[in-house]
Design a protein. Structure first.
Lengths: 419, 286, 303
């Protein structure tokens, strides 16, 4: 008798349970939970950023897929090629846009419903050019920018009795470099003269490797001058022949054995945190010689076409690119320069930074950003860049004369492009 | 660096001692070259972030071991990662031994139609650089639904040409007379395999075990592609997570790397003792 | 039901080949197929016939990479095996203690993770401040040795990883360090199989160590030597990770350290020309097959 009663109680509970469940399910269904995967490189600032994102969009769950920066891009390419699972949001470093995004695998964000172009005024303008393909598709939104800047050792300049105000051109830097080299042992103007080449190429024109008409312009005055200057500097012994991100490089930065180091503003963070923390106060920053202001890095985020959650992905990207709070947070935590222009007018930009001996470094960078031209890019950039790089190597080694190297490079590039 | 073994057998006690000393010097020189980098790695594991790149480079232990360890543990479920590596590598090794020992036996001790052609074909597959193979491989793993599991790291590699070739070479010179005698005595084919051939191929099995285990342990590219959640990561993948864009966490990476080597050394010593040195004279008697 | 002798081989080899076929066939065929197309991984494939092969065979950088690959392979394979056989023999026959310790130590380079290898060897080869250069500058200041070194007409400090003349030897040195232990393992196991009785008989007959080595050990080690050397040749012609660790993916100054495998990789993954990359793979394969055949003939004839 009891058993029977027990069973019927259970049955009732079961039915009630199902009713309640389906009722609540339909209520919940109205705020749909979506999960997006975001593929990016491992960085401390992302967790905070996701937290801020979820404050505004609690229904969008974010799964971070982190990898070391090189692996992230390699994996992305492999997955795209295999037609496998790709993240809904893929972060891209500037130099990878040509390889990964410029070939049609990413959504054109200038189209509705995204209309990314609308943010051109709010955000810094030039990165939009970097992320726009030859066909006019906006394949990614800028999330942080990297103004090119020169970090120089103020203490060394003082020892030489030179004022930074007097150094305006590349020739000036060479002169002061000679003085520095003569002043002691193991002293150079710069660690790797290839940086000089990069400085002279990056921002000197709206053309990178191709002009407006789509013609290859590597065999031109601009590149010739860059190669000749680099060779000159190498021949004078003004560069240490040290590659970036090697032990030697960290050493010369620390010991003040090189006078200057061009890079993106983000290098400051590295210098301060772990490369040369003891050199606090000895550095200052200045811009590239006039007419050469250019980018040195920069991050973007795009949506691979095979994503099933494009809407939610776009919400994430839009947030990361344009939301002032998260942009500022990233800047504070990880030194990622904001893409949102209005942030440049915050008081913090006037701050005197101790690491640069009280210099208002951020203003220098702001100035640079405003000067960077809109550079047109091409899907061949990665390949051309590699070819130009080894050409530069040949010139520096003395294997080829600059003019010859450029002609050979042009030939090689055309051969590949024309296939 | 070859030791000069010239000299007659009538060496006096002194020459013998001299030879011994020279031998040890040569061996120790080799140890210095191979042990030093390992030692240096441990030194770096005890050094703080900016100390690691000091000039001159630090050659003695620092005091940041605790910090580096904490950073490592805070960033990753590292003991789980070690466990994952152990599971993957052990499974891969056992599976590989199985397939390759069987296959090697077939090639080594039997004649059959098409044997040479088949053998050469299999050998030839090793000569095709498979750097791009990762794309079709990934396609397959996706289609099988094996993503974010250990299966892709264990199963596909078990039948590899290197393994079967190695086993064949190690089994080949087991005397055929031994086999014939056993057949006459009424032994079956399988019986001969595990009673006679397998014990005699212990050095080969041990070698294959070590090399397979190691290859699996250090497998980076494929593991990176298929493992998606931290809890599933093997050691190499886990450690690569420490390389952020801003902070490279060298000290923590070194600690992790050092911790990751300990199990392999254990396996190596185990396998060496059991397999390679384990052969006894008795089994050779007819 | 007993297994018949004539069925036995097929039974034994089929598990291997089934698995091998399932997982090995598709990648190989896919790669081959791809070599006749242009493909960037994302857009549609375009048929190219032999175009990729023609392009690669007329590409000066490809031929340079072949030269690099061959010279590095030769520079490292010979020392690797000479050292490996030597050390394995000493450990096996020389009455030394602590064999475990030595064997483990020699194997360490192969175990060491790439990250650590990178750190160590860039410190070793660094210029101007690397360890080797520091040692050299010490030697240069010594009276006799210093003069001899000056005579060599090299500019010090040596840019081990920057000077095209030194890049290939430096890579070869790293490879030798890394893979000799691997071969020691294999040779040591091979030595285990030689019956001790033979050595005893030889020593009773009054044979010296040298005679024993050349008349007994080497001949009986032949199958293992063939295996290990062939594997070495095949492997060293596909060297990829180690040069990248030292030089970056384009092989350093003047592409002196660009191996064909690296060039393949960069063509496919760096420049998204997967079809061309596949063609490079199969052309390299041709070179490897040729090298193997030459080795096979030579080995049968010699030792």
């Amino acid at each position: 008798m009891l058993k029977r009663k027990g069973v019927s109680v259970l049955l009732v509970m079961a039915v009630l349970g199902v009713l309640i469940f389906s009722a609540s399910a339909s209520v919940l269904a109205q705020d749909e939970q979506v999960t997006i995967t975001v593929g990016t490189w491992a960085d401390e600032s992302f967790e905070e950023a996701v937290a801020l994102f979820n404050e505004k969009y609690p229904n969008i769950k974010v799964e971070l897929q982190l990898a070391a920066i090189n692996d992230h891009h390699d994996n992305l390419l492999t997955r795209l090629a295999a037609g496998g699972e790709v993240p809904d949001v893929a972060y891209l470093e500037d130099q990878y846009i040509s390889t990964l995004a410029a070939r049609g695998g990413f959504v054109d964000l200038s189209q509705p419903p995204y209309n990314g172009d609308e943010y051109k005024d709010e955000l810094v303008g030039y990165p939009f050019a970097q992320a726009t393909t030859e066909d006019g598709e906006l394949v990614a939104m800028p999330t942080d920018v990297a103004p090119g800047t020169i970090f120089y050792r103020h203490d060394r300049l003082q020892e030489l009795g030179v004022n930074i105000e007097d150094i305006k051109t590349f020739e000036d830097w060479i002169e002061v470099g000679k003085k520095f080299m003569a002043s002691g042992e193991n002293r150079w103007l710069i660690g790797d003269v290839a940086n000089i080449y990069t400085m002279m190429i990056n921002g000197s024109s709206t053309d990178r490797y191709f002009n407006e008409e789509g013609e290859l312009v590597v065999n031109s005055e601009r590149f010739l001058k860059a190669m000749k200057t680099a060779k000159e500097i190498r021949d004078m012994g003004l560069d240490a022949g040290i590659s970036e991100w090697t032990n030697e490089w960290y050493t010369v930065l620390r010991e003040g054995q090189v006078l200057m180091q061009p890079s993106g503003a983000w290098l400051g963070g590295h210098l301060k945190e772990w490369i040369a923390p003891e050199t606090d106060g000895k550095w200052r920053v200045t811009s590239f010689p006039k007419g050469y202001d250019g980018p040195w890095g920069g991050s973007f985020a795009g949506i691979p076409k095979s994503s099933d959650n494009k809407e939610a992905a776009w919400k994430f990207i839009k947030f990361m690119s344009t939301n002032k709070e998260v942009q500022w947070k990233n800047f504070e935590i990880a030194n990622m320069f904001p893409a949102v222009e209005s942030l440049y007018y915050k008081d913090a930009f006037e701050e005197k930074l101790d690491f640069y001996g009280g210099q208002k470094a951020r203003l220098v960078w702001k100035e640079t950003i405003m000067n960077i031209p809109e550079i047109n890019t091409s899907k061949h950039d990665s390949m051309i860049s590699d070819i130009m790089w080894t050409s530069l190597g040949e010139v520096l080694e003395g294997t080829k004369a600059p003019k010859q190297a450029l002609e050979d490079a042009e030939r090689l590039i055309l051969r590949r492009i024309r296939r | 660096m070859r030791q000069n073994f010239a000299g007659s057998n009538n060496s006096g006690k002194f020459t013998k001692k001299l030879k011994k000393i020279l031998l040890y010097i040569v061996l120790l020189a080799g140890v210095l070259a191979t042990l030093f980098p390992f030692f240096y790695m441990i030194v770096l594991a005890t050094r703080g972030r900016s100390e690691i790149f000091n000039y001159p480079p630090p050659l003695w232990f620092g005091d940041s071991l605790e910090d580096n360890y904490q950073t490592l543990m805070a960033s990753l479920p590292f003991y789980k990662n070690i466990l994952n590596s152990l599971i993957v590598s052990t499974s891969a090794t056992l599976l590989t031994l199985f397939f390759c020992a069987l296959g090697g036996y077939g090639f080594a001790k039997y004649e059959f139609k098409g044997k040479d052609k088949l053998f050469f074909l299999m050998l030839a597959t090793m000569m095709i650089p498979m750097l791009l193979g990762v794309i079709p491989w990934y396609i397959m793993m996706t289609k099988f639904g094996w993503l974010n599991s250990f299966k892709p790291l264990i199963i596909p590699g078990a039948a590899n040409a290197f393994g079967i070739f190695l086993m064949t070479q190690f089994m080949e010179d087991i005397p055929d007379e031994l086999m014939e005698a056993a057949r006459i005595d009424g032994a079956g084919e399988f019986e001969m395999f595990y009673k006679i051939v397998l014990p005699l191929s212990l050095p080969g099995l041990g070698t294959l075990a070590i090399l397979t285990f190691l290859g699996s342990w250090n497998n980076y590219l494929q593991a990176l592609l298929v493992l998606e959640t931290e809890a599933k990561f093997t050691i190499p993948v886990a450690l690569s997570m420490l390389r952020g864009k801003v902070d490279q966490n060298w000290g923590a990476q070194m600690v992790g790397t050092a911790m990751g080597i300990a199990p392999i050394i254990g396996v190596f010593i185990l396998a060496s003792k059991q397999f390679i040195a384990g052969i006894t004279e008795g089994s050779m008697k007819g | 039901m007993r297994l018949k002798k004539k069925h036995a081989p097929y039974v034994f080899i089929s598990p291997f080949f089934i698995l091998f076929f399932i997982f090995g066939a598709f990648p190989i065929l896919f790669s081959l197929y791809l070599s006749f197309f242009r493909w960037d991984g994302m857009t549609a494939m375009r048929f190219a016939g032999l175009g990729n092969y023609r392009f690669v065979l007329t590409d000066p950088w490809f031929w340079q990479s072949i030269y690099n690959t061959l010279s590095i392979a030769i520079m490292t394979t010979i020392p690797q095996h000479v050292f490996a056989i030597g050390f394995a023999f000493i450990l096996h026959r020389g009455m030394v203690k602590f064999k475990e310790f030595f064997r483990t130590a020699y194997f360490l380079p192969y175990i060491t993770a790439p990250v650590a290898v990178a750190m160590i060897f860039t410190t070793l080869f660094g210029s101007p401040f690397g360890i080797l250069n520091a040692a050299l500058s010490g030697l240069l200041s010594l009276p006799l040795i210093g003069d001899l070194l000056q005579l060599l007409n090299i500019s010090y400090p040596i840019r081990w990883l920057g000077d095209p003349n030194f890049i290939r030897p430096s890579v070869a040195a790293l490879l030798t360090w890394r893979f000799t232990g691997w071969n020691i393992i294999i040779y040591y196991a091979g030595l285990q199989k030689i019956p001790k009785g033979l050595y005893e008989a030889a020593s009773i007959d009054g044979a010296s160590t040298r005679q024993t080595f050349f008349k007994i050990t080497l001949p009986l080690l032949r199958p293992i030597m063939f295996f290990a050397m062939l594997m070495s040749i095949i492997g060293n012609m596909q060297i990829f990770d180690e040069p990248i660790i030292l030089l970056g993916v384009m092989g350093g100054t003047n592409r002196a350290g660009l191996t064909t495998a690296m060039y393949l990789y960069q063509t496919a993954f760096g420049w998204t020309e997967f079809g061309t990359g596949s063609a490079i793979a199969y052309i390299l394969c041709f070179f490897i097959v040729t090298a193997s055949i030459i080795f096979n003939k030579y080995f049968r004839r010699e030792i």
